[in-house]
Design a protein around this ligand. Sequence first.
Ligand code: PAF
Length: 283
Amino acid sequence: MLLFKEVERLQLYLEKKRKEGLTIGYAPTMGALHQGHASLIKKAKLENDICVCSIFVNPTQFNDPKDLEKYPRTEGRDIEMLVGLENDVLFYPTVEAIYPKGINIPTFDFGQADKVMEGKFRPGHFDGVVEVVHRLLDIVQPDRLYMGQKDFQQFTLIQHMLNQMGSKTALMVCPIIREKDGLALSSRNVRLTAQNRKNAPIISKTLNQLNDWMAGGLTVKAAEKKAIAQLSELPDFKPEYLEIVDGHTLQPIEKMSDTDYVVVCVAVWTGEIRLIDNVILKK
Ligand code: PAF
């Protein structure tokens, strides 16, 4: 695996490969890699000639400085995992390399899609995500970009951005990878207390019950309420939001028949750790 820290050297290398007619798949990450990230790399390797992974803990997307400070950093293990996966290129830039003085990132119009859920509870978060993904794409210029379904709102906004840019990069969304008990893999899971880790599968279990509850006669709003109540029963669990939304616009729906694409998204505080998850209810 080749390791690049400098933007210009990576660009020169990739330019050469592009001229040779090779395709580039790209998985941006913030490190603390787990099997969810591995699934992106495996898919990118299968579908492209060269797989680029980046590790960059982007300071501008952390609305909570404590979260940034405590974000797990596992460089040695990450590199070992990438070598094991036969990843071709690792881009490991500094903050200065990503945000040199005078860099200008265009703004995008997401309508209301960035105002709800994560956008509402983590002010400024998506400004940081869009800023960094735009910059990283400008550097890597991949044929295909690989992101996880776990960050549903994130990949939806990035797709909007790519559309508005008229970008040739295709966004490939990979399914959520879960532990055997249903907990969605996340770099933050390692910070859960033993008790909260034990109780955490209730999150996906609840999301998976929603269709049955609605088939049994509950309205969308009543089902959301029941799910929030169920999650709130556990000590230390505080749902921040649980919303059944239109998968295209991310706006709340009233009835399942309102749209052809329905997803439920949730954020739950489990002690000091905030977990997110989602399940597609209809597509
Ligand atoms: O999902 C993530 O890990 C990050 O938000 C991303 C896309 C790498 C941007 O920093």
